[in-house]
Design a protein around this ligand. Structure first.
Ligand code: HEM
Ligand SMILES: CC(C)=CCC/C(C)=C/CC/C(C)=C/COP(=O)(O)OP(=O)(O)O
Length: 438
């Protein structure tokens, strides 16, 4: 992650042209170079696998070339900024790949390589949504409150904070281009967005009710437990769509309204109905729905779609598999039982963890590109680096658990899941501060 810090700081230095950041970048380059050389040397003389030895050497060679390009650029002999950025990304990628080889070859226990075949090995679900209704009869006011809570549960409220933060960051990117932001647009976009997410979530509950019953994590959902009927839930979802559109069209603009409908259809139909039950790529392709709020926020303010918003959406697209595969690992028995072809179910845990590393690496790379084109400062560079490091570390730690299908394994996967949410949340807040703070 030291290399990543260099890339992030280098991008910042290039953006603000300031000498302080440039100086810190150069000092860090020397320190990280020392660390890298030591690591490579230790790898050659230890029992590390061939992959690790070769990987660290390749990283060192690229690093030296990269330092050369950096020095040449400093004296303005070769103004190779783009090459220097790519070189940094290359070193980072080699090292991440080497890390994967390293954790795989030193993992203590038998790494799960295959797909699930047995029914249920006694996994205890860690998370579950919602309360099971009490059988005891209750006074009217409690019943009304329960009913409201049940309908609220249909809207998947727990995802909303991050999706709202994403839309806000989209608005921040719009402001960075010089657009004006007003309170009505902010409130109406978030309000219309929340109604839209509620609609999409409710459709998802309706369509998945049979499979939800088969999964421990979801068996107590409102429709799966018949607390709400299919027709009522569908009516509720339609009402939410109408309300969302009314808010968007009246108080925001046509683009935001169209993108919101697109997000609802993308999640409730393309992902839920077409992709999720049929292909292992469901998460990768379906993640696009959750990325749309970046464009909705930007479009709400500017009436157009801009490059920075597209890059932010791309960050979220790359982040989504790194976010979800952790849960898919923790609940793979559930998914297998409901016959969803989630990656860990059809390709095994080992492959899923590799993909988490790969998508996380891509997320970090696209995040740097976003920083470069928007000219973000040190706060953004440090946030992506530190929270990125926490996320990477949490995934490495998943390999420390030896016992397959144990509670420890689930807990480790859940830590990565929470790290993923903390990472994206912090990056979005950093974007907001960078774009809105004067
Ligand atoms: C294909 C895409 C995605 C899949 C399959 C996925 C899957 C999941 C699942 C299964 C949960 C557990 C949820 C529950 O039942 O409460 C969850 C939680 C969550 N997801 Fe995702 N997710 C996706 C995309 C996103 C996106 C794009 C965001 C936001 C930008 C997001 C933010 C969250 C948040 C905030 C939580 C709640 C965490 C908590 O309860 O502490 N997810 N996700
Ligand atoms: C602005 C707007 C309308 C956005 C809507 C898009 C949206 C709700 C994206 C979130 C994607 C998501 C949480 C998937 C959950 O996966 P899952 O359904 O597989 O999870 P589950 O197993 O818990 O049902």
């Amino acid at each position: 992650m030291g290399t990543y810090l260099l890339v992030a700081l280098g991008a910042t230095a290039a953006a603000d042209g300031g000498s302080l950041v440039a100086a810190v970048h150069q000092a860090s380059a020397v320190a990280v170079g020392g660390l890298l050389a030591t690591t490579a040397l230790l790898a050659q003389y230890s029992a590390a696998s061939r992959g690790v030895r070769v990987g660290t050497i390749v990283a060192v060679i690229t690093y030296v070339a990269q330092a050369g390009v950096g020095l040449a650029g400093r004296t303005n002999v070769v103004p190779f900024d783009g090459v220097h950025l790519l070189g940094g990304i290359a070193v980072f990628s080699f090292l991440l790949a080497t890390l994967v080889i390293r954790v795989e070859t030193t993992a203590g226990g038998p790494v799960d390589s295959g797909t699930l075949n047995g029914p249920n090995h006694g996994v205890t679900p860690i998370a579950s949504d919602g309360d099971v209704p009490s059988p005891v009869s209750e006074p009217g006011s409690t019943r009304v409150r329960d009913r409201m809570r049940t309908y609220l549960e249909l809207t998947k409220p727990r995802l909303m904070w991050l999706l709202c933060l994403l839309a806000l960051a989209g608005m921040g990117l719009a402001v960075a281009t010089g657009a004006e932001l007003d309170g009505v647009t902010v409130v109406a976009t978030l309000g219309g967005g929340v109604l839209g997410i509620g609609a999409a979530g409710t459709f998802n509950h309706v369509y998945e009710r049979d499979r939800d019953r088969k999964m421990r994590r979801t068996a107590d959902r409102p429709i799966a437990t018949d607390r709400v009927g299919v027709r009522r839930a569908t009516g509720f979802a339609v009402a939410l769509v109408v309300a969302s559109m009314a808010v968007m069209v009246t108080f925001v603009n046509a683009l935001a309204a169209v993108l919101t409908v697109a997000a609802i259809i993308y999640y409730a139909y393309v992902y839920t109905v077409v992709l999720k039950p049929t292909t292992r790529w469901n998460t990768v392709i379906g993640g696009g729905s959750g990325a749309l709020p970046a464009l909705i926020g930007y479009g709400a303010v500017t009436g157009t779609v801009g490059l920075s918003a597209v890059l932010l959406a791309l960050v979220v697209c790359c982040w989504t598999p790194a976010h979800f595969y952790n849960l898919a690992i923790a609940h793979r028995e559930d998914y297998a039982r409901a016959e969803y072809p989630m990656l860990p179910v059809v390709a095994g845990v080992r492959t899923a963890r590799q993909r988490i590393f790969a998508w996380l690496g891509l997320t970090l790379i696209v995040a740097v590109l976003l920083g470069v084109i928007t000219g973000f400062g040190v706060l953004y560079a440090l946030t992506t680096t530190v929270l990125g490091a926490v996320f990477v570390r949490s995934v490495v730690k998943q390999y420390d658990v030896n016992e397959r299908n144990s509670e420890d394994e689930q807990a480790a996967a859940y830590r990565s899941f929470h790290a993923s949410n903390a990472f994206l949340g912090a990056v979005l807040v950093a974007i907001l501060v960078e774009t809105l703070a004067v």
